[in-house]
Design a protein around this ligand. Sequence first.
Ligand code: XMP
Length: 323
Amino acid sequence: NWTTHNVVEEQVALIREQVGTKRAICGLSGGVDSAVAAALVQKAIGSQLTCVYVDHGLMRKGETEQVEKDFVAATGVQLKVVDAQERFLTALAGVSDPETKRKIIGREFIRVFEQAQLEILQEDGPEVAFLVQGTLYPDVVESGGGTGTANIKSHHNVGGLPDDIEFELVEPLRKLFKDEVRMVGQELGLPEEIVQRQPFPGPGLGIRIVGEVTKDRLDLLREADAIAREELTAAGLDREIWQCPVVLLADVRSVGVQGDGRTYGHPIVLRPVSSEDAMTADWTRMPYDVLAKISTRITNEVSDVNRVVLDVTSKPPGTIEWE
Ligand code: XMP
């Protein structure tokens, strides 16, 4: 019979059998899937697992701390955090085109992650032969069902390593759907903020700033996003709404009147959507009083923002994210 307890027991046994006495690496993104996969593997093999978290500086307020502190406290996992904020900002400087931003973020992420992998490979200890991935059942079906391996190439000028290292994949969530993954995460005692997290794109806030990504703009958007999330949660809407991107129109300014005078600030867009699978979506008919509260707080508390607008476009034609 299917219980989360049985799933955990079964996967722990399978992981132990697969990994044996070797070591494994797992990349944490802050999302549910990688967190639950890592927690399962940690339960199975303990210190034979090292997790890697690339801090690209594009996360929302508090999310990096959730991984660094709360996730580590809940699991006891061995975590290597790479602070790559400067590197990502430098790579993104002067770039406004959405696809270019996505490519740069993806490329930098792989470089930083592989460098961290190579450093772990060079540590003393048993062979590092496994890479943990949070692949879910729908991903397995979509990609044709094969299990795989992953290569990393040592093109980073790190001496003493073979040219091409092959990892075997450990994918403990391959039979599970998203809601089941959340239940397993709960069973494993992971923090609620991680287990119940809504979808968030890999490129993070980098694709929620329309215009160039800078440190100041990221900080501003983080504040606005945190207010929106806080009020959605307070109103009990966080589980009802599929997700609510908060977008900064950094290249747009409009006139406002705040405090003693005229301002010339940026608009913030709220994009609450209802969806089953993100393939299609509709804009959420949210209570006006919650929208009002979010709008008032953002314009009062976030400097340089003097207008909050609501996106009332379904998908299609609009995508969920603005970039
Ligand atoms: P769109 O904007 O295409 O988004 O309607 C559909 C869903 O995918 C998420 N999304 C991403 N997730 N990496 C991700 O892991 C990405 O590059 C990415 N882009 C969009 C988006 O948040 C929504 O849930």
